[in-house]
Design a protein around this ligand. Structure first.
Ligand code: SD4
Length: 327
């Protein structure tokens, strides 16, 4: 198969969006749709989403694609050593090794992902290469590393001193060597974009749960769990305890709930209820979803109240939103 034949095959007919957009609201409510041409929107998880949104917005504002914007946005977080849950500076697994999960998807259905990838600064870009330059959707572990290097990505040391010291401390205090389940140690970036042509994309990248078993893969690189995008409906992405998100097929569920007519916020709320049904330990874990529909409405919902997300709209600029939570 030629590198691009699968992609060509999957290419959608151009979306015929009439309407759009979001307002400047910084409340956790859906924005009323406007009536003119499509106006771009970016939404991403957590406070670190603000910087990612800025990078994505520049591309969308200049008329670039949702996919390019989604990739460029999360690359900012991947390269920021201050963010200890994504890319460079991410906390290691229980063996002291940083392993990264990432996925990217466009609203036409094409997607790529990598999991348990070591030594590569921008797993999201490797995921995009999987999508565009291979016949596959997902490559993992050493195979993903070899693929990345064959594509020209340079091996990079991702474990910074601060994360190594934290890990050494964790080992001392956790002689049973079990990964913690709590709400503090996992802040993936998931980012959703709507471009001026009405196309949607999603990207998600993480170092995963801190001190996880070596080789553990979370929800973030799993299409349908950590992210999902469909130009006909919208997109969603998840953050939090990945095992709980996987059990509910969370992001796909959010998109399907929007397809049934629910607003982004309501779809996220119903998906959190499903996560709760499937995870009796839900009080001990955080899960949050954010969503974007094809009209540019945004929303989010979570289990615990410590979650926030960033929304960039033409009218409102880049704003932090605190969504409602179950608890
Ligand atoms: C995981 N969901 O690996 C990821 C971690 C995370 O917000 O979201 N963090 O389980």
């Amino acid at each position: 198969m030629s590198p691009h034949s699968r992609r060509t095959f999957l290419k959608r007919t151009p979306a015929t969006l009439a309407a759009v957009t979001a307002t400047s609201s910084c409340q956790a409510q859906d924005n009323p749709p406007a009536t003119e041409a499509v106006r771009p929107v970016v939404i991403s998880t957590w406070r670190h989403g603000l910087a990612a949104n800025d990078a994505a917005w520049k591309i969308l504002d200049a008329g670039g694609s949702a996919l390019d914007a989604a990739e460029a946005g999360v690359r900012i977080t991947e390269a920021d050593p201050e963010v200890r849950t994504v890319g460079l500076g991410g906390r290691p697994d229980r063996d002291g090794i940083v392993t990264l999960d990432a996925a990217i998807m466009d609203g036409g259905g094409d997607c790529g992902s990598v999991a348990a990838l070591e030594d590569i600064l921008h797993p999201i870009s490797v995921a995009r290469r999987v999508m565009e330059d291979t016949p596959h959707v997902m490559i993992v572990g050493d195979g993903a590393r070899q693929f990345a290097i064959s594509q020209g990505f340079e091996p990079t040391e991702l474990l910074i001193d601060a994360s190594r010291l934290d890990w050494e401390e964790w080992k001392k205090n956790n002689p049973d060597y079990r990964p913690p389940i709590n709400v503090e140690n996992h802040d993936t970036i998931g980012l959703l974009t709507l471009d001026k042509n009405g196309n949607i994309a999603a990207a998600c990248t993480t170092s995963g749960a801190a001190y996880k078993y070596h080789g553990r893969v979370g929800d973030s690189p799993l299409i349908g769990a950590g992210l999902y995008a469909d130009d006909q409906v919208g997109a969603a992405t998840a953050t939090g305890w990945g095992e709980a998100v996987i059990r509910a097929c969370g992001s796909f569920l959010v998109v399907e709930l929007m397809r049934q007519g629910h607003s982004p916020t309501e779809a996220c709320r119903l998906a959190v209820e499903r996560v709760i049904e499937k995870n009796p330990d839900y009080r001990e874990i955080q899960v949050g979803f954010i969503a974007l529909d094809k009209q540019g409405n945004t929303g989010g919902y979570c289990i615990h109240p410590d979650f926030d997300y960033a929304v960039y709209t033409p009218d409102g600029g880049n704003q932090l939103v605190v969504p409602d939570s179950k608890l």
